[in-house]
Design a binder for this molecule. Structure first.
Ligand code: GTP
Ligand code: NA
Ligand code: MG
Length: 346
């Protein structure tokens, strides 16, 4: 077993699902933030990114049985991408899911599969992305008694009869709807074959039920399925998520650095509405761990950043940058013209 965390990069995990099923709230619970309450109309309108260090994962999975310990985590943390669920943002769901290693499909257990749930499933199937389903808002199950300090399997088993029946009826209904989408699915602790069945994890972003199990399951799956894919590579893989103006920095771009590294002063080439943009990284910024990059706050400045991370880049000439496409770094002056060609063809 590979214990050297320096050789693995953080897995990129994308959160997808229908509007208001609780994607951002789940991340708020994990981060101990209130990003969702600050959103206009409670609707996510941009892609976000949050670095979750291994220590935070270890802290929040203590109730999981059998015990899940930090020694089991071979990577430096998770890089979690939040996406909007509103129907008008399918380009952002596509962008977010295109660069992830694994996904969390959030389904409101009281609502079941809805149009953007199905759209998200289509995206995941198309790219063969492994995913788990968070059956969120389990606290809304009839007479549900939550306990965030217990393993969710025990919480389910401890429910009184009415709550248990309501829960089981909803799980069964959603399982059938998933079957109709061509997916086998089962509660994660009853999953007969994790290679062919999608795992369902009951969660509540409000009470915290099942959150530890969700995070532990993602980590376990990443290690079981993805270790070769997560091997850190110096070959740059970097996608522009958002273009935005930040006071004090001018126009900046938020990027997901999936592999390789970026340095202050690097000459970068990226797509722009009026042709390829060539510019130099002036500031390389990151929010603190467990902070959302899309929330204006304080950013720390770095000379160099190694993947995988969500990074904000400040540079001149970014006003016309196009989101959704790759960013390249020219190691030498004479590479610039070649990269302009490459970017032009993207
Ligand atoms: P979009 O990003 O706009 O697609 O929505 P979202 O999926 O991020 O959902 P969001 O986090 O904005 O939550 C929508 C509403 O559901 C908010 O009012 C949350 O407080 C509420 N909510 C989210 N998770 C839960 C949960 O587990 N239980 C309960 N009772 N409410 C929840
Ligand atoms: Na919302
Ligand atoms: Mg949201």
């Amino acid at each position: 077993k590979n214990r050297d965390i320096r050789v693995l990069r953080a897995p990129v995990i994308c959160v997808l699902g229908h509007v208001d099923h609780g994607k951002t709230k789940i991340l708020d619970k994990l981060r101990r933030t209130n990003v969702q309450e600050g959103e206009v109309g409670g609707i996510t309108q941009q892609i976000g990114a949050t670095n979750v260090p291994a220590e935070a994962i270890a802290n929040q999975t203590k109730m999981v049985k059998p015990a899940f310990s930090i020694d089991q985590i071979d990577f430096p943390g998770l890089l979690i991408i939040d996406t909007p669920g509103h129907e008008s943002f399918s380009n952002l769901r596509s962008r977010g899911s295109s660069l992830c290693d694994m996904a969390i499909l959030v389904v409101d257990i009281t609502q079941g599969l809805e149009p953007q749930t199905i759209e998200s499933i289509e995206l995941l199937k198309k790219r063969k992305t492994p995913f788990v389903v968070a059956l969120n808002k389990v606290d809304r199950v009839f007479e549900w008694e939550g306990n965030q300090h217990k393993d969710i399997k025990e919480v389910v088993q401890a429910q009184a009869e009415f709550a248990k029946n309501d829960f089981e009826r909803r799980v069964k209904e959603i399982t059938i709807r998933l079957n109709e989408q061509g997916l086998n699915a089962a509660l994660f602790y009853e999953n007969p074959d994790p290679r062919t069945y999608v795992s369902l994890v009951p969660t509540s972003a409000i009470t915290g039920d099942g959150m530890g199990n969700l995070i532990a399951l993602i980590c376990t799956m990443c290690q079981a399925k993805l270790a070769p894919q997560l091997r850190y590579s110096e070959e740059l893989q970097c996608v522009v998520l958002e273009v935005k103006t930040i006071q004090g920095y001018g126009t900046t771009i938020d990027v997901i650095l999936v592999n390789g590294r970026l340095r202050e002063g690097d000459n970068i080439v990226l797509a722009g509405t009026e042709g390829p943009i060539v510019t130099q990284i002036r500031s390389l910024l990151m929010p603190k761990p467990l902070k959302e990059i899309r929330v204006k706050g304080s950013y720390d400045e770095f000379k160099e950043i190694k993947a995988a991370q969500g990074v904000k880049i400040a540079a001149k000439e970014l006003d016309k940058a196009i989101a959704g496409l790759s960013l390249r770094v020219a190691q030498h002056e004479d590479e610039i013209s070649v990269l302009k060609e490459v970017v032009h063809k993207d």
